[in-house]
Design a protein around this ligand. Structure first.
Ligand code: ADP
Ligand code: MG
Ligand code: MG
Length: 215
């Protein structure tokens, strides 16, 4: 059962890869407005490496647990992506894996713990505040919407759908912000009117995972 859940984690990482590939050029163009233009290629390199490492771990004799799959995936993501977002995504994927651990089944509480661990890893490492115009501006609304729905008794898949919708709306609203963290800061005025690339990629990924998990 642990190996079957590991295979589900590999499948979800494959979905993340697909949505990044579909939006790679758009993310690069967004990052070029006030950043260095590498957000699409960086996310692509990171997630390609993550999927390859995850598939390799899953192919080992007997397969691998969710924790093992996400740990090797996150390590590969950080290592190969380069850039700020790669380090953040890598550490967040590892943190979610450690929260989920190596079990034969998972509950909604485990999903909530993984969402919290993923979020905490990014805020602990990046230290961005709400309003700094980073992926945190989509991530915190995602976490809050998920926990609000889940704590009210909403099933995980529907809580995730509400969270993804919240992340998408919040990513759109980052267009109104001036970047206060990261490489886009010196060109803050240029960035006005355009959403933050890391917030947009997070919302796209959240939406894809939610769509894939939906019953
Ligand atoms: P780099 O800026 O190193 O070129 P990317 O282009 O891949 O890396 O990622 C840029 C994105 O990283 C930004 O759009 C923003 O969302 C996110 N980011 C930058 N700094 C931080 C931070 N301190 N905390 C959270 N996210 C950040
Ligand atoms: Mg960049
Ligand atoms: Mg860069």
């Amino acid at each position: 059962a642990a190996a079957a859940l590991g295979r589900l984690a590999v499948e979800l990482l494959g979905q993340v890869r697909d949505v990044v590939v579909e939006h790679e050029e758009e993310l690069g163009r967004l990052d070029a407005i006030a950043g260095d233009g590498d957000h699409g290629i960086g996310m692509r390199r990171g997630v390609d490496a993550a999927v390859a490492a995850a598939r390799q771990a899953a192919a080992n004799d007997g397969g691998a647990s969710v924790a093992r799959i996400l740990t090797v995936a996150g390590e590969a993501w950080s290592e190969r992506a380069g850039g700020t977002s790669g380090a953040l995504w890598g550490s967040a994927v590892i943190a979610a894996g450690l929260a989920l651990g190596n079990r034969d089944s998972y509950s909604g509480e485990d999903a909530a713990a993984a969402v919290t661990a993923f979020t905490d890893a990014i805020t602990a490492l990046g230290k961005a505040e709400p309003g700094d115009k980073t992926m945190v501006d989509a991530l915190l609304p995602f976490r809050d919407a998920f926990l609000t729905a889940f704590d009210a008794g909403t099933p995980v898949a529907a809580s995730l759908a509400a969270a993804a919708a919240s992340a998408t709306a919040a990513a759109d609203r980052t267009a109104e912000l001036r970047p206060l963290k990261g490489r886009a800061r010196p060109l803050a005025e240029k960035s006005l009117g355009h959403p933050d690339p890391g917030a947009v990629s997070f919302a796209l990924i959240a939406t894809r995972i939610s769509a894939h998990i939906s019953p």
